[in-house]
Design a binder for this molecule. Structure first.
Ligand code: SAH
Ligand code: SF4
Length: 364
């Protein structure tokens, strides 16, 4: 049996209780189990309660049973950092095996978005990304993905009575390489007995794991998909994203097109702006050229690079683009596609993925 209650989706928890309890109470009806799971989900996911003793509408026996078999939290908040503009909070979590993962809460007046991690480290190893530098340690389990949202939601509910409305899978790790837990986490986040977050408000970001994009298109969730493209040129992209050697740009965009046709959700293209590497007018023109070949509605997110130290590509230092280059790039793209520059919230707290963990690991 799995130790953490949050490792079970609604239907899995029901099956588990049936298996355990039906042994001696074979006359129990379906409603009995539905009701028990409703109660448990209600305490955890609606009231953000993490002490089984406080599940006050459960019988003492049933609470004892739960306490003897399960834990609620799989993560502990190890550190929080508030950005000086007050618009984002970075959370560093510690896992039970002493790994560190991070998530960010981004506050907009109308929506609270959480950026989630799906792995400890990442084996895609993009050269500009702090999460990939030391490769992959392990996948997060379901409870650890859920707990990032749970603990942030609890934290913010206690202080501001606010609810999280949006989720982006843009923290550490490649979500499509932890596919099974990604799908189960979507089940819990969107479930009406749990967080009940609308699938329209959830974005899964991928470096381009083609076969899994097709699989995701067949799921019932119809979440938004973001593709980390970063360059329209195959050679350059392969240098930036080592995994790209396996999945080529046309294959990825074809899969994104399929995803769009299946789900009708606009595709986001993520594009990192690196000075003199990806930010020239030639890059912008080619980006427009290749995207025009596909039958999807697209939204382009330009991401100014957040430096993670002295890293070079073909002897060129990775640096953030100048404002003029960013504006030039933006103005060109704007003529063809919807586009936005994502000035990252919380730049001062190292909000780009994996940066806080890396700092901590380097300091201990
Ligand atoms: N692995 C997935 C999702 C997590 S990374 C993916 O790559 O899509 C999400 C985004 O973080 C990527 O699009 C990447 O552009 C951005 N990112 C990573 N390191 C960054 C950095 N140093 N500065 C700015 N953005 C960064
Ligand atoms: Fe992994 Fe995404 Fe970072 Fe690339 S950008 S190393 S895919 S987490």
């Amino acid at each position: 049996m799995d130790y953490y209650l949050k490792n079970y989706t609604y239907s899995q928890l029901k099956d588990l209780l049936k298996n355990i309890l039906a042994k001696d109470k074979s006359n129990l009806k379906e409603d009995f189990f539905n009701y028990r799971v409703d109660q448990i989900f209600n305490w955890i996911y609606k009231k953000y309660e993490d002490k089984i003793d406080n599940f006050s509408d459960l019988s003492k026996n049933f609470r004892e049973f739960l306490k003897n078999n399960f834990e609620i939290n799989s993560l502990k908040i190890y550190d929080t950092k508030l950005s000086k503009y007050n618009d984002s909070i970075k959370f560093l979590f510690k896992t039970s095996d002493n790994e560190y993962i991070e998530s960010v809460l981004m506050k907009h007046p109308q929506r609270y978005t959480v950026c989630l991690s799906t792995q400890v480290g990442c084996n895609v190893r993009c050269i500009f990304c702090a999460s990939g530098i030391n490769g992959l340690k392990r996948n997060l389990n379901l409870a650890e993905i859920i707990d990032q949202l749970f603990l942030i939601q609890k934290y913010i509910y206690m202080r501001e009575k606010m609810r999280i409305t949006n989720i982006v899978y843009m923290g550490m790790g490649e979500p499509l390489f932890n596919y099974e837990n990604l799908i189960k986490s979507l089940d819990i986040f969107t479930h009406d007995k749990a967080f009940n977050i609308s699938n329209r408000n959830i974005t899964v970001s991928t470096s381009g794991v083609v076969d899994k994009i097709y699989e995701l298109a067949e799921e019932k969730f119809r979440v938004k998909l973001a593709i980390s493209l970063h360059s329209p040129f195959e050679n350059k992209r392969q240098k930036l994203i080592p995994l790209a050697k396996k999945y080529k740009i046309p294959q990825i965009l074809k899969a994104a097109e399929y995803y769009f046709l299946k789900t009708k959700r606009r595709i986001t293209i993520e594009y990192i702006l690196l000075k003199n590497i990806t930010d020239t007018l030639e890059d912008a023109k080619e980006l427009v050229n290749i995207l025009k070949n596909y039958n999807f509605k697209v939204f382009i997110n330009l991401i100014p690079y957040n430096s993670i130290g002295n890293i070079y590509l073909d002897n060129v230092l990775l640096e953030q683009s100048d404002n003029e280059s960013i504006i030039q790039f933006y103005n060109y793209i704007k003529k063809y596609f919807e586009v936005n520059v994502r000035w990252s919230l919380g730049r001062d707290i190292n909000a780009a993925c994996g940066q806080l963990r890396r700092q901590l690991i380097n300091s201990i």
